[in-house]
Design a protein around this ligand. Structure first.
Ligand code: NAP
Length: 288
């Protein structure tokens, strides 16, 4: 059997078209969604991510502003900038590209962003609301996974979801979003023994580890939905996920490729959160 491909590019485009309509509606109310992006230093990968995010904003008609600082920027200077952006009505989302230089504490910086503009979903207020199943900004990659499964009509209620990885930005929030949708969730991590015993029991398997070929055909239950979040380079320097795609596609029911799977959804969910924030602000204004 060969699995059905979950095409992240196609699904991301579907959500982007929906967002365009909402952005158009907001414009009729004189609201242009605005995203401020802060980049500190010259990390090559961070620079690439920021360019991709701003390009996507431009394609949808979201206003974006880049604040690119030298590595020597102090924490206090960065806090002041965020506080200024917190106070601006035309900026609905603030994104500080991580990692930050060593002398800047990322926790302090994330906590300085107003929860009402926390479009990355990293603020403890957003996380607390997510854990207690309230509407909030959800971290973009886990939200992208949920939106993909929604598009694909994958039933989540009562399913056993096994998440590999427990990072604060992917693994942990992904597990909570599944739990909120009535799945039974198992987390695995670097200290899990006999990983395969868990993965083989998954109806939905999400791998967010960062190790090529971690998941082989024998680790997957027949017909399972396999979501590969990993972004790695293989021995030939080609982009690949955590899952051995060619083997696992013969066993899984549905599978995401890398590239072209979860990746395009992540940026789309940043746009989604920015537009959501602009809408919230408009509703608050209309309600006085
Ligand atoms: P991370 O912070 O390094 O976390 C990796 C997690 O994997 C940790 O929880 C770690 O366990 C666990 N782990 C390590 N070895 C393991 C093993 N052998 N078996 C099971 N679990 C193991 O990484 P991240 O930021 O969550 O990202 C994970 C991957 O997703 C990376 O490849 C990253 O590039 C990719 N990513 C992709 C997107 C996208 O849009 N496609 C977005 C974000 C991240 P411990 O907690 O015990 O250390």
């Amino acid at each position: 059997m060969s699995a059905e491909l979950i095409d992240g590019r196609l699904i991301a485009n579907y959500y982007r078209e929906q967002l365009k309509k909402t952005i158009h509606e907001l414009k009729t109310e004189d609201v242009i969604p605005g995203l401020a992006v802060i980049l500190v230093g010259d990390n090559h990968a961070s620079g690439t991510y920021v360019r991709m995010k701003r390009k996507a904003c431009g394609e949808l008609g979201i206003h974006s502003e880049l604040y690119h600082y030298e590595e020597s920027l102090t924490q206090d200077e960065l806090v002041l900038k965020i506080e200024e952006l917190n106070g601006r009505d035309d900026i609905h989302g603030i994104l500080v590209q991580l990692p930050l230089p060593q002398h800047i504490n990322p926790i302090t910086i994330i906590e300085t962003i107003s929860p009402s503009k926390d479009v990355d979903g990293f603020h403890p207020v957003s996380i607390g609301k997510m854990v207690t199943n309230q509407d909030t900004f959800y971290s973009c990659t886990p939200l992208g996974i949920m939106k993909m499964l929604e598009y694909e009509n994958v039933d989540i209620k009562g399913k056993h979801v096994v998440i590999l990885g427990r990072s604060n930005i992917v693994g942990k929030p992904a597990g909570h979003l599944f739990l909120n949708r009535d799945a039974t969730v198992t987390y695995c991590h670097s200290q899990t023994t006999n990983l395969s015993e868990y993965t083989k029991k998954a109806d939905i398997l999400v791998s967010a580890v960062g190790k090529p070929d971690l998941i082989r055909a024998e680790d997957v239950k027949q017909g399972a939905v396999v979501i590969d979040v990993g972004m790695n380079r293989n021995a030939e320097g080609k982009l690949c996920g955590d899952v051995n795609f060619h083997e696992v596609k013969e066993v899984a029911g549905k599978i995401t490729p890398v590239p072209g799977g979860v990746g395009p959804m992540t940026i789309t969910m940043l746009l989604y959160n920015t537009v959501k924030s602009a809408r919230w602000q408009l509703v608050n204004r209309q309600n006085g």
